[in-house]
Design a protein around this ligand. Structure first.
Ligand SMILES: Nc1ncnc2c1ncn2[C@@H]1O[C@H](COP(=O)(O)OP(=O)(O)OP(=O)(O)O)[C@@H](O)[C@H]1O
Length: 480
């Protein structure tokens, strides 16, 4: 399709007639116009009864659909109608002028036509409009990203970001309302047990309304956030999603709470090992886990290329609530030596653990430049409310604040809200963790306590079952 063109200068006469005529090329405009014309002609020349009857039947079908299958109705009907409406009645009438005002015009040399980025698709959901823009030669996605503030205010969006598309195109995401303002209740515990879920536990929601999935297999997770930012809700949402695996013996959790057990004590029955009082015991827990990981790696060598959680070789998750407490703040004359041992054990777990099924989930309250040493060995990082923009980059990586991870602007009233960097998205995603109440944590710990809590097993040297058989059994199995 050609670009909207005019032989006059952008500042000169307005090519209204040509622009209106060019709109007729679009099925989204032409289709409804033809349908309206046909309806009016039929009504006038035949009878209005057919039109009214068709309208009633259509209304009934849509009404029943909405009641019976609200989600598919929303996805297939409601959001499409909304996208159509927003495209033609909100964005299209203004787009040409906005592009001109924001300096996103190019004048062709020979014919003197003015060409500007054009909307070629709009997708909407409950809170977001995503506009796919076609860029004329000479305008790049970076030019659109530079104007994102102007576009945000012009469209009255709450937040706006750009995202990569095919060459010559760019997505502009306009976040109209914040679906994350309300507290998200704890995600129901899954009934069935599927090992693949370890690659994407649902622990909350993203800003576009999609579930926030966090993997725990083959990764390590760092959660950074100031006091009261909701780090606990991330930990408990992860543990809640893991409870059926814990009960079935497919996941073993070791937990360290150097803050004296204020956070993790509620759920201690879920843990295979738990330390909250003695720093020496905490250090030993990490060292033992690192030693067991080495044994596991030796055992798996030559037997399985990809780690699969099984009762004999469960995924081991080491939770440390406040990492810096252990790496920089251990008190007393032994403190310095113990911190050295913590660094060594953690370093071993972080660098080698992903293969043999050892993962670390650690929180930090005050990211300092020391955290940068650890940051890159945590493939998955979450920035909850932070004190400054430099801390955002310290946690998520250089340049993430400029790409939209405004974790330093999260309101105090929004604990659990944060930003994550996702592999296939060049821009950070805004998310909110579900909130698990104290009573829900106690109930989880009661009902889903670890079998290893009662009957410890040697998780490193037990006979390994056939990986393929396990895959089949676990994919269909029910939670124990
Ligand atoms: N996801 C959430 N949704 C709604 N409210 C939350 C959420 N997470 C936490 N809160 C509220 O915020 C309070 C502080 O949360 P939390 O203790 O998890 O923060 P924290 O980051 O662990 O703080 P600290 O570093 O002081 O331990 C909680 O008591 C709860 O009332």
């Amino acid at each position: 399709m050609g670009k909207i063109k005019t032989g006059r200068d952008a500042a000169g006469g307005v090519p209204v007639v040509r622009m209106l005529a060019s709109l007729l090329r679009y099925p989204g405009v032409m289709g409804p116009l033809l349908l309206t014309g046909f309806t009016a002609w039929w009504g006038l020349s035949h009878t209005w009864a057919h039109i009214i009857a068709t309208g009633i039947v259509l209304g009934l079908v849509l009404g029943v659909w909405r009641l019976r299958r609200p989600q598919s109705f929303q996805r297939l009907v409601w959001w499409r109608v909304k996208a159509w409406w927003r495209r033609w009645f909100t964005y299209a009438p203004n787009w040409w002028w906005w592009m001109g005002r924001f300096g996103l015009s190019i004048k062709t040399e020979v014919r003197g036509w003015i060409v500007r980025p054009r909307i070629i698709k709009v997708r909407s959901n409950a809170s977001t409009d995503s506009l796919l823009l076609d860029l004329p030669d000479g305008i790049t996605p970076a030019d659109i990203a530079d104007c994102v503030d102007k576009l945000q205010h012009a469209t009255r969006a709450r937040r706006a970001t750009t995202r990569q598309a095919d060459p010559g195109q760019v997505w502009l995401d306009l976040y109209m309302r914040d679906p994350l303002v309300k507290t998200i209740p704890a995600v129901p515990i899954p009934e069935s047990l599927r090992v693949e879920d370890l690659d994407g536990l649902v622990i909350g929601y993203a800003e576009d309304g999609s579930p926030w999935r966090l993997r725990v297999r083959g990764t390590h997770i760092l959660v950074a956030g100031g006091t009261g930012s909701g780090k606990g809700s991330v930990i408990w949402s992860v543990l809640r999603a893991l409870t059926p695996f814990i009960r079935a013996g497919l996941v073993v959790v070791h937990a360290i709470d150097p803050k004296g057990g204020m956070e993790l004590d509620f759920g201690r029955d879920l843990f295979y090992r738990y330390e909250a009082d003695d720093y020496e015991d905490m250090v030993q827990l990490l060292e033992t886990a690192a030693d067991e990981m080495d044994d596991r790696a030796r055992y798996l060598r030559g037997r399985a290329r990809k780690f699969t959680a099984s009762p004999q070789t469960p995924l081991v998750l080491v939770v440390v609530d406040e990492l810096m407490q252990l790496t920089t703040l251990l008190p007393g004359p032994d403190g310095r030596r113990q911190m050295g041992r913590v660094e060594t054990a953690l370093g071993r777990l972080l660098s080698k653990g992903r293969g043999p099924g050892y993962a670390v989930l650690a929180t930090v309250v005050e990211p300092t430049k020391d955290i940068v040493t650890w940051r890159d060995i945590f493939p998955d990082r979450i920035a909850l409310r932070l004190g400054s923009s430099s801390q955002v980059d310290m946690v998520l990586g250089e340049g993430q604040r400029d790409l939209g991870a405004e974790a330093d602007n999260i309101a105090l009233s929004l604990p659990g809200v944060g930003f994550i960097k996702v592999e296939n998205s060049p821009v950070p995603i805004r998310v909110r963790a579900a909130y698990v109440t104290d009573d829900e944590i106690k109930a989880m710990a009661r009902e889903y306590r670890s079998p290893h809590h009662l009957r410890p097993v040697d998780t490193t040297t037990a006979e390994l079952v056939d990986v393929d058989e396990l895959d089949q059994a676990d994919e269909t199995g029910e939670a124990a």
